[in-house]
Design a protein around this ligand. Structure first.
Ligand code: GLU
Ligand code: MG
Length: 438
């Protein structure tokens, strides 16, 4: 019996969702009865690739999604069904544009250098009514709604079971709160190896949406659903540890009590890689047209967007792109709720490794309030203003492209550029409101 079939039996699962995350982060799956799992564990479940966001044609053969057995989790809200992350093959070969495989490749590059990436994500989301026109809770209307206890507890019927589900899954959830926008929430779980975090992140998005739907709500991770409210970030906490079997296995290599803010030279090189590649990186960490309404945005009704405006780093200060909260890790505040769970980790790691390989220097730290008195152009490069600029930066970042692989980059670029072109062709309600009588 395959590992997967055996594990299913132990967990008493009747069905398995063999799932993959396409290039736009949409999860696609087949529901497979346990009796058919053994064959699929070996050969994969078949999909018509053109029907998902992959750069394939209707004439291509079946894409086979081969499950990665260690990622198996029972659905806490449907305990007879399991979920497993799969990696894609075409014509018997691994597909270069498969996001999970791409992350594993970057993790292997890190291991070759003696490092293991451990990461955590803060996947913020809104709870909306089913029409998605407005937030679900009409009473959630404070000007500064962050940490509002009453509004948090009005969503207890969803947040309580969500925390419980994460405990059952063994993720180590440790807090949930109402965030800075009306209708916005965040649930935190403990950091882990980046592949584990990416699998959990992918699953988390589906879990939150499913639990919300069961309660007549709609959950959204969209970066900026409402112009005047704070958007959905996906802050990513990063540290490199000694890889298993390496001389410093299991030690946090970012920590050095003698270093500035308790961080090692290695951490600063990694940070420098993030800064150097930020324009191209944003094409993956901020992947949609809407992503750029969250960055460098005017203050929201709460008083602050809490999102970055330029490419800079700081100590424990939330107004810059990278924050150093303590001597253990870096917090990248650039990514948003649309970031792809696997591509996010892969791209960030590729950028950081380049900083290490080339021993890059991140330059000076800035501890100013970057909202009240933003750094000048000479001190801080700006982030792309829109997806078009991010795509242009991605097109010319040869280091990042080489690390991620040309096949993937071409496929990703092609699909995102199509979205950008659709956006450029769209006539928005705002244009009619302001232009009809012009
Ligand atoms: N929602 C904010 C963002 O878009 C982040 C708020 C926070 O610091 O948690 O990045
Ligand atoms: Mg937050």
């Amino acid at each position: 019996m395959s590992d997967l079939a055996q594990r299913m039996q132990e967990l008493n699962l009747k069905f398995l969702l063999i799932s993959f995350t396409d290039l736009f982060g949409i999860q696609r799956a087949k529901l497979v009865p346990s009796s058919a799992v053994a064959d699929m564990a070996r050969d994969g479940a078949g999909f018509a690739g053109f029907a998902a966001w992959l750069d394939l044609s209707p004439a291509d053969g079946d894409v086979m999604a081969v499950p990665a057995a260690p990622s198996l989790m029972p659905l806490p809200w449907q305990p007879d069904v399991g979920w497993v992350a799969a990696e894609l093959q075409l014509d018997g070969q691994p597909m270069e544009q498969c996001p999970r495989r791409l992350l594993r490749r970057q993790l292997e590059r890190a291991v070759e250098r003696g490092y293991e990436l451990r990461s955590g994500v803060e996947a913020e989301f809104f709870l909306l009514d089913p029409s998605a026109e407005r937030i679900a809770d009409g009473a959630d209307s404070q000007e500064k709604p962050c940490y509002d206890q009453l509004a948090l507890m009005r969503q207890y019927p969803l947040i309580g079971p969500l925390l419980e589900a994460m405990e059952q899954l063994g993720w180590g959830p440790y807090q949930a709160d109402h965030e800075d926008a009306n209708g916005q929430f965040e649930v935190n779980w403990i950091f882990a190896n980046a592949l584990t975090t990416a699998d959990r992140h992918a699953f988390f998005k589906v879990m939150v949406k499913s639990l919300a739907e069961q309660r007549g709500l709609r959950a959204s991770f969209m970066p900026k659903p409402f112009a005047g409210l704070t958007g959905n970030g996906c802050h990513t906490h990063l540290s490199l540890w000694g890889a298993p079997g390496s001389p410093r296995a299991g030690q946090n290599l970012f920590h050095d009590s003698a270093g500035a803010l308790g961080l090692s030279a290695l951490a600063y090189h990694f940070l420098a890689g993030l800064l150097a590649h930020a324009p191209a990186l944003s094409c993956l960490t901020n992947p949609t047209v809407n992503s750029y309404r969250r960055l460098a945005a005017p203050p929201t009704s709460s008083g602050a967007t809490w999102s970055p405006g330029g490419i800079s780093y700081t100590a424990n200060n939330r107004t810059h792109m990278v924050r150093i909260p303590d001597g253990q890790r870096l917090e990248l505040r650039l990514p948003d709720g649309a970031a792809h769970p696997y591509l996010l980790q892969a791209a960030v790691l590729a950028a950081g490794l380049d900083g290490i390989d080339r021993q890059l220097d991140p330059g000076p730290r800035h501890d100013n309030d970057n909202y009240a008195s933003p750094l000048g152009q000479g001190q801080c490069q700006r982030l792309p203003r829109d997806l078009g600029e991010a795509l242009a930066a991605f097109a010319t970042d040869s280091v990042l492209r080489q690390a991620l692989g040309e096949d993937f980059c071409r496929a990703y670029e092609k699909l995102r550029r199509r979205q950008w072109d659709q956006h450029r062709a769209a006539v928005t309600p705002w244009e009619r409101e302001t232009g009809l009588d012009g």
